[in-house]
Each structure stands twice: as structure tokens, then as C-alpha cells.
Design a protein around this ligand. Structure first.
Ligand code: NAP
Length: 593
């Protein structure tokens, strides 16, 4: 069912397919029989739809928001204005932060390559940066400020969200529930009340099989009826009694599980959907991506940011531990970030024409499923090739990279992983070696003979390796526990008919730019040439405790003296200065969902 809302007296009212507001665009793209044959009418162009429009967008500092904003500015030159709502961070105000991101983050390479220093002018002409606090009522703006900000906004697009699986629960509530609510309040002030909300397919929670693009308000994944407002109230009240993060997390997880959500992230994202569904003052279009992963081509092949779902899994396979802790038969529902951004272009355009569906899912499993068994095989091959290319050493290239990885299907995963035992061994060895002095146990003559100093150095280095191993295993163990619902417990098949239909209505030219392209993905090519090399560059260093450097900045105030190379990177600086590293270089875990 389409949103089909119309607005009367400032109220958004649902009135059935295509509405009664005369937009009528819903007929476009349908195949019509005519007296002279069959004629396909395409949806008005995405670019035409955006032309002259003013959007208010949150979350453009994140992985997905940046790629989408870059694509918008790159491919839709006639968009009139984009107001980006950002918070200041680490001593930088919103304006300085946004300028730095545009000038240095790899997501904006195509724009930098296209415009050079002219990008500054483009940003000055089109972008309005607003520093605001999403977690405060009306985003911390006064009534006058909010009204002025929204008076000619055509659509509000909300990407922002706290994507950790198990954060401090109140923070997740503030970002994912109150944040969305406050941004929707801004949308309610706009003339058209259009609000596009980015959620996740994994609000499906503890269910199996086909997941439709719909929401039954007040019905949980396990079929329990609940009142979303009352649930939120009780949850927040209960959290006040928790004395530690663990207690608060246990409490929130208890409530989440009782209703059928496996973690705080999916619980808060889902509650937000249920609460928004009850609002009549905005026209909400919900967009649910599955697991967002490396770009196929935009901003460039392999781009990714932060630690995502497949990062730790791929890292595991690159070690001597050759097990993929996922069920072989389960669908690994990943979507390249540029596919997600393209889809969002189509969805926002549909919202701007008042002909959007209520919910769009953006996933690959429906039309082109990849199963964990295949992903594991492809991953092994890709890692082997990488090891050969890098020539990491005889042992890595000839032994580790040649081991054949397997999924842990049908075996007790916890037992086989034995992380705890591996960690204990690493810790015990470290403790034994860290204060070990060879000179104390060897007679001086022997110490001299065996070059004791050199040996002590080796022992120290091995002891450090044990410590690193212990920490890495701890991180991965924790991640796997959190990922379990998505790689072990639930076999989802997210339906994506709405996006496919919208994509089919695009002209051929626009389908090439914005079409829903998951059916074109060759998973072999993707894993070998995109995903694993992309993770190796952008994600695995973070797991190794290293930093990912930002690009060189545009030369401030100077005319461009050199072309930006095709890959957009002039030279990589050392990441010694933390201020120079990509913002998300802290290994914060982004939820898969
Ligand atoms: N990545 C995925 O695999 C995936 C899958 C499905 C759905 N999604 C959804 O897609 C959206 C974007 O995800 P992403 O991958 O781009 O996440 P991300 O890289 O972690 O970025 C999150 C964005 O939200 C903002 N944000 C978070 N908490 C905030 C707060 N309290 N106040 C203001 N801004 C806040 C961040 O701003 P700062 O930079 O200021 O922190 C950032 O711009 C989220 O809604 C997420 O739930 C993501």
C-alpha cells in the first residue's frame, strides 16, 4: 500500500493509493495497453524530482549518509539546497567538522575529483550546516529557529542513529527513538510534512523466513501485542534503577527479548518505527537496509568505514583460526553501500512526489541470495590472493592462506570456537613471559653463549604478541556474540518488491545511475575484488589497532596545481597524528543492521 497521504489544515492524512492530492504520479511507469500497442510510461526522473528542492538531512557524518550526500551532489546538480543537521565533536563545531569531512573523507573523493577547489563554492551554494542536538526536544532549537529552518523544506531525511548493538541503553533510546521523534517534529513543521526515516531490516527481530515490507503497529516479532508508548515509558523508568551499565543493559535486553528483539539496537530502532507509525502529523516513509558493506563503485570500489559485520568474520579467516562462525545455509544479507545510496535516491524522490510506499526494504537475499557457505569459500580464495600479493611471509602465504575455511554448521559453535580457552592460554603465556629474565635462570657463560640479550628481546616480543592476541580474541568473541542473531539464529528473506518496482519505473539512463542493482551483483567478483580488498584497507587495520588515514586536504586557498589521481588520493600521510585519521578509526562496532 502506498502512503498516499494528503495534507489538509497542516495534518497529514492517509487517503489510500496515490492520494487525492492530485499528484497522480503513481500511474507513471506502468505498462499501458493502447490502441497502437503497449507503451511504458516512466516515473518522472529522479533528477527532475530533486530539481529546485530543499532537503533537511541528518546523519551525513556517518558511513551511509556521507555516500548518499556525495551521490546527491554529484548526480543531482539541480537540487537547490541541503540543510545538514550535525553535532560538533572533539572540539570542532559542526561547520568546521563538515568542511573537514568534505575535504578529507574518502567518501567525497568523486566530488573533489570533479570540482577541485570549486567544491568549496558548491558546498557554500548548496549546503547549510546547522549545529543541533537531535536528542533534545525540537533538536535543541527555539520555536522560531525551528520554524525558520523548516519553512521551505520539501523533505526531511533522517539517517542518524546509534548503530552499536549493545550501547548504554539510554543513549540508544535518545538517538534512535527520541532523535527520530524530534526530527519528525521538524518534518511536521515543513509545508509538506514529508519524513524519510532510515531504519533497518533487522527490526524483524526473532522471526524466520519471508519478511514483508510492512509493520503492524503494536505487534512484536513474536506476535505479542504491546503499546509502544507504554513500553518506552516503562523501559526508561526501569533503566533509572540500574546501577551499572551491565545492569541497565541486562534490563533493556530482558525487555527486548521478551518482545522478540535480540538486542538493544534492533529493539530501539523497532520501537521508533512503531511510535512513528502512530503519528498523523507527518507522512513517514521508512527505508530499511540490510547489512551495508563495501561500495561496488561509488564513491569508489571497496570503500567502507568502521568495523562492520563482515570485518571480524573476514579477519577470523585471515588467521590460523579457519572457521566462519555462521550457519552455512543462512543467507548473508549484505548490500553494497552504493546500492543502498542509489535506492535512497529513488525512495526520497518517490517521497518528494508523494507517491512513496510506507516501507522499502533494501536487501539482497530476496533477489540474489548469498549464503554463508559460499561467502566462506569466496573469502578464503580472496584472502589467499591477498596474502600472495602482499607477500606477508612464508608462513602466512603458504600455510595460513592455504587452509580451507569452513562454516561451523551443525556443531556446537561455542565449543569449537573455544575462544575462552585460547584467550586463557594467551594470557597465561603472557603473564609467564612478561617478567621473565633469562639472565636469572642461565649461568652467565651460557647467557653469553646463546646471545641472551637477543633472546630476551624475542621473548618480550612474543609476550607482547600474546597480549595482542588475547585482546583481539576478546574483541572478536564479543562481536560474534553480538552478531549471533544475524549469522546463526535467524534465517530471514527480506522482501524487496517495493524497491524493485520503483527501480523498474526509472528510465534506462536513470536506472543505470539509481536503479536497485542487487540482481547484477556477481558475488564471486564482489568478494574477490571488492569486499575483501575493501575490508583489508578500511576495516581490518582498525581490528589490528591501527589507524586508517584520511585523504590529503584540498589545498586551502590555492588554485589546484595537480590533478587528483583517479583513485582520488594524492598521497597517504602517516596516521601518527590522531587528528589526521579518519573519524571512525576508533573501532566502534557498527551494527549490521
Ligand atoms: N551500516 C549498516 O550496516 C546499516 C544497516 C541498516 C541500517 N542502518 C541504518 O542506517 C543509518 C546510518 O547508519 P551508518 O552505517 O551510516 O551509521 P554510522 O556510520 O554509525 O553513522 C551514524 C550517524 O548518526 C549520527 N548520530 C548517531 N547518534 C547521534 C546522536 N545522538 N546525535 C546526533 N547524531 C547522531 C552520527 O553522527 P556523529 O558523526 O556526530 O556521531 C552519524 O552521522 C542508521 O540509522 C542505521 O541504523 C545501517
Amino acid at each position: 500500500m502506498k502512503n498516499g497521504h494528503s495534507h489538509s489544515n497542516g495534518k497529514a492524512v492517509k487517503n489510500g493509493k496515490n492520494g487525492a492530492n492530485g499528484s497522480g504520479g503513481g500511474h507513471d511507469g506502468f505498462v499501458l495497453p493502447t490502441t497502437t500497442g503497449i507503451r511504458t510510461i516512466h516515473t518522472p526522473s529522479v533528477r527532475e524530482t530533486f530539481a529546485g528542492k530543499h532537503l533537511l538531512v541528518t546523519g551525513v557524518t556517518g558511513f551511509l549518509g556521507k555516500v548518499w550526500l556525495g551521490m546527491l551532489l554529484d548526480h543531482v546538480e539541480d537540487v537547490r539546497k541541503v540543510t545538514v543537521v550535525i553535532r560538533g565533536k572533539k572540539g570542532e563545531d559542526a561547520t568546521a567538522r563538515f568542511a573537514r569531512i568534505v575535504e578529507r573523507n574518502p567518501a567525497f573523493r568523486p566530488l573533489r575529483a570533479k570540482y577541485g577547489l570549486g567544491l568549496r563554492q558548491l558546498v557554500a551554494d548548496k549546503i547549510h550546516v546547522v549545529e543541533a542536538k537531535l536528542t533534545a526536544p525540537m533538536c535543541g532549537l527555539s520555536c522560531e529557529e525551528a520554524r525558520a529552518l523548516t519553512s521551505d523544506v520539501d523533505c526531511v531525511v533522517h539517517f542518524a542513529g546509534l548503530t552499536d548493538f549493545e550501547p548504554e541503553p539510554q543513549q540508544a533510546i535518545d538517538a534512535n527513538i527520541h532523535g527520530a521523534r524530534h526530527v519528525a517534529d521538524l518534518a511536521a513543521l515543513t509545508p509538506t510534512k514529508r519524513y524519510v526515516h532510515v531504519s533497518t531490516t533487522f527490526v524483524a527481530g526473532m522471526r524466520q523466513g519471508a519478511i514483508d515490507e510492512k509493520l503492524e503497529r503494536g505487534v512484536s516479532p513474536t506476535g505479542i501485542r504491546f503499546d509502544p508508548e507504554a513500553e518506552l515509558k516503562e523501559l526508561e523508568l526501569g533503566l533509572k534503577t540500574g546501577n551499572s551499565k551491565k545492569e541497565r543493559l541486562d534490563y533493556a535486553m530482558g525487555r527486548a527479548r521478551a518482545l522478540g528483539w535480540p538486542n538493544v539496537y534492533t529493539y530501539t530502532k523497532a520501537l521508533s518505527e512503531h511510535l512513528l507509525e502512530g503519528r498523523t502529523d507527518v507522512v513517514t516513509t521508512t527505508f530499511r537496509p540490510a547489512i551495508v558493506e563495501c561500495a561496488r563503485s561509488y564513491p569508489f570500489q571497496g570503500w567502507n568505514e568502521g568495523i562492520n559485520t563482515s570485518g571480524p568474520l573476514v579477519w577470523l579467516l585471515s588467521t590460523a583460526f579457519q572457521r566462519f562462525p555462521a550457519k552455512a545455509s543462512l543467507c548473508f544479507d549484505i548490500v553494497p553501500v552504493d546500492t543502498v545510496a542509489r535506492s535512497m535516491m529513488v525512495v526520497v524522490a518517490a517521497a518528494l512526489r508523494d507517491e512513496a510506499e510506507s516501507i522499502y526494504q533494501c536487501a539482497s537475499g530476496d533477489l540474489n541470495p548469498l549464503f554463508f557457505e559460499r561467502a566462506t569459500d569466496l573469502c578464503s580464495i580472496a584472502l589467499r590472493r591477498l596474502a600472495e600479493k602482499k607477500d606477508e611471509g612464508w608462513f602466512e602465504t603458504n600455510v595460513i592462506a592455504r587452509l580451507d575455511a569452513q562454516c561451523l554448521d551443525d556443531v556446537d559453535r561455542e565449543q569449537i570456537l573455544g575462544f575462552r580457552r585460547m584467550r586463557e592460554a594467551a594470557r597465561a603465556t603472557r603473564n609467564f613471559l612478561k617478567d621473565f629474565e633469562l639472565s636469572r635462570v642461565l649461568p652467565p657463560v651460557v647467557y653469553e653463549k646463546v646471545d641472551g640479550e637477543k633472546m630476551e628481546e624475542k621473548i618480550r616480543s612474543f609476550s607482547m604478541k600474546c597480549r595482542t592476541t588475547d585482546r583481539k580474541l576478546g574483541t572478536v568473541d564479543e562481536m560474534l556474540r553480538q552478531y549471533r542473531p544475524f549469522i546463526w539464529d535467524h534465517d530471514y528473506r527480506f522482501r524487496t518488491g517495493h524497491l524493485k518496482a520503483a527501480s523498474e519505473r526509472l528510465s534506462e539512463e536513470e536506472r543505470a545511475l539509481f536503479g536497485f542493482d542487487v540482481e547484477d551483483i556477481c558475488w564471486r567478483q564482489y568478494w574477490l575484488h571488492v569486499q575483501v580488498p575493501g575490508l583489508d584497507t578500511w576495516c581490518l587495520p582498525l581490528l589490528r589497532g591501527e589507524k586508517v588515514p584520511e585523504d590529503e586536504p584540498l589545498a586551502l586557498g590555492e588554485a589546484p596545481t595537480e590533478e587528483v589521481p583517479a583513485d582520488g588520493v594524492r598521497a597517504k600521510k602517516s596516521a601518527a597524528d590522531p587528528a589526521d585519521s579518519v573519524e571512525k578509526s576508533e573501532p566502534a562496532m557498527r551494527a549490521t543492521a
